[in-house]
Ligand binder design. Structure first.
Ligand code: IPE
Ligand code: IPE
Ligand code: MG
Length: 245
């Protein structure tokens, strides 16, 4: 049996839907449609690999700047995914969480999300986190505001300067930091995704466009992760004797 470490939390920047479609002379939305199928594949593969948390960057705060018909189509696909997948999430005991400014999402999507989050709240084998209307910069603004409120209410002391105390106000308060961040489509940038939470994550970039991403690609990324030595600022020797984080 292999003892290679499985990342507890894999966060994925699902990129390349548009280019996948363009390569085939199809409209961009066709790439997004195929991308939804990849989401199903990855949830199943993630469960089989024993991953505990999968975060998917599905819509960024910046993505509102795309043409209106593409934004509308993405919202429509999200609605379709939530309607179709809820029964499967319940059957497979997958808990759904969201991060991002969900209150700014269209009402129908917001309600579907809320229902799915409530219906799956009791599960704990695999947690699927959808990053929607998400951006790290808006997250830090929202966290700073929540922190200031907590200080004003006397719940937090102003001279408490620990990350532990502050990070409780991030959207990810109850979600462990990602161990592995994967970005598809060959782009090597983070695009405002989990900037703080990925402080010590390992990164794997693959040229594969998201609609073509397979179970094998996920397993390969996990295998690459297993070969990396994570040091968290310490020396190799220290980690061998008494690893601390
Ligand atoms: C990712 O694919 C999906 C979203 C960002 C919503 P893109 O739509 O960014 O595809 P490319 O990068 O244009 O190929
Ligand atoms: C990042 O992809 C956002 C999502 C995957 C939802 P983008 O395609 O929007 O990012 P950029 O524009 O290439 O940085
Ligand atoms: Mg893109």
């Amino acid at each position: 049996m292999s003892s290679a470490p499985i990342p507890a939390h894999v966060a994925i920047i699902m990129d390349g839907n548009g280019r996948w479609a363009k390569q085939r002379g199809l409209p961009r939305i066709e790439g997004h449609r195929r991308g939804v199928e990849t989401v199903r594949t990855v949830i199943k593969a993630g469960r089989e690999l024993g991953i505990r948390y999968i975060t998917l960057y599905a819509f960024s705060v910046e993505n509102w700047k795309r043409p209106q018909d593409e934004v509308g189509a993405l919202m429509g696909l999200l609605e379709y995914f939530l309607k179709r997948e809820l029964a499967n999430l319940v059957k497979d005991k997958v808990r759904l969480l969201t991060i991002g400014r969900i209150h700014e999402m269209p009402d129908n999507v917001r309600i579907l999300l809320q229902n799915a989050v409530e219906a799956t709240a009791a599960f704990s084998d695999l947690t699927l986190v959808l990053a929607l209307n998400y951006g790290s910069r808006t997250e830090i603004v929202d966290a700073a505001r929540a922190y200031a409120k907590a200080v004003a209410a006397g719940e937090v002391k102003l001279n408490d300067t620990s990350w532990e105390s502050f990070s409780r106000h991030l959207y990810t308060a109850h979600i462990p930091d990602p161990d592995l961040v994967i970005r598809t489509s060959g782009e090597m940038r983070i695009s405002n995704f989990l900037l703080m939470q990925a402080a010590y994550a390992e990164f794997v970039f693959t040229p594969v466009f998201w609609p073509d991403f397979t179970k094998t690609d996920l397993a390969d990324a996990v295998a690459t992760f297993a070969k990396r030595e994570r040091r968290f600022g310490q020396t190799s020797d220290q980690l061998k004797s008494a690893p601390t984080r």
